[in-house]
Design a protein around this ligand. Structure first.
Ligand code: GUN
Length: 291
């Protein structure tokens, strides 16, 4: 069994980007500038955005955090989005999800300039991804593909079962895994909450990608020997004995499933850090494309 070490690989990617940023500076070029818009004070979102901004600083990017109050109106948020679209200093930006309930998420994401949409959430970018055109691929599916690539996991002709059909993970990773390429060329089943006999499907899978958000959902009796398991779940479970009052767990019962797996991602330290690295990669691409 080999651990797919997202922390290690994400550090490698960040080092590679740091070298490129240094070269940009030496050539007297503008360095990439990422902005993040956060509305409200959701605990997990604060952690993620803080981590994204810190990573920018570490690798030499410029970064701007725009933290708006929970009661921000949709109109004001749209104004902010247009301002970022028109600001030549900003190469790429993200609007952290979820947004407060009174704001129409779709409307906001549609307003983001596709050329600055380093999250890859705009329909133009999602469509290009689905058609295998040059675009911004969303950081989480992009990170999974990069992890499989760097560990040389063989996906060709394999049966991949994706659990979860979200717009930001399940749906795009099911498309990417089926596309031509290495990794890719996989036969994909996209399972979700209405799927019948999920266990029958996962037992046939060479690769299981779980993006469900149910702690320890995937057990060892649901997978075959030699399976590759990608755990995209990140759930906070309340626990008073922990310093933060919670611990983080994935969709996979790691202890039992890892005994049958050939490759497996841990949580934390698997897909999570890869997501941040690929957002930075997309921001670098945005800078290069804006030249
Ligand atoms: N919320 C959960 N994941 C993400 C992400 O990748 N980008 C943004 N903007 N919000 C998220």
């Amino acid at each position: 069994m080999e651990i797919l070490d997202g922390k290690k690989i994400s550090n490698q990617i960040k080092e590679e980007i740091t070298v490129e940023v240094e070269q940009m500076k030496e050539r007297g070029e503008k360095v990439p500038h990422l902005a993040a818009v956060l509305v409200g004070n959701d605990g997990a979102s604060l952690t993620y955005v803080g981590s994204k901004v810190r990573s920018c600083k570490k690798i030499g990017f410029e970064s701007t955090l725009i933290h708006l109050p929970e009661e921000t109106t949709e109109e004001d948020l749209l104004k902010q989005v247009h301002q970022l679209n028109n600001d030549p200093a900003i190469d790429g930006y993200i609007v952290q999800l979820p947004l407060p309930k009174h704001i129409d998420e779709e409307k906001v994401l549609m307003a983001v300039d596709p050329d600055k949409d380093v999250d890859g959430f705009h329909p133009t970018n999602f469509g290009k991804m689905a058609l295998d055109m040059e675009t911004f691929i969303s950081a989480t599916p992009f990170g999974i593909m990069e992890l499989l690539k760097r560990y040389n996991v063989d996906t060709e002709g394999k049966h991949t079962v994706v659990i979860g059909r979200s717009h930001i993970v399940g749906r795009p990773i099911s498309i990417l895994m089926s596309q031509k390429g290495k990794p890719g060329n996989s036969t994909v089943t996209l399972a979700h909450s209405r799927t019948k006999n999920l266990k029958e499907l996962t037992l046939q899978a060479d690769i299981v990608i779980s993006a469900l958000g149910v702690p320890k959902f995937l057990k060892d009796d649901m997978v075959k020997d030699g399976v590759t398991v990608i755990d995209v779940g990140i759930t906070r479970v309340a626990d008073d004995t922990k310093e933060k009052g919670y611990y983080i767990t994935g969709d996979v019962d790691f202890e039992s499933v890892s005994k049958k797996a050939s490759f497996i991602t841990p949580v934390p330290g698997g897909v999570g850090p890869m997501t941040i690295a690929m957002l930075l990669k997309n921001t670098l691409l945005a800078r290069e494309r804006h030249n």
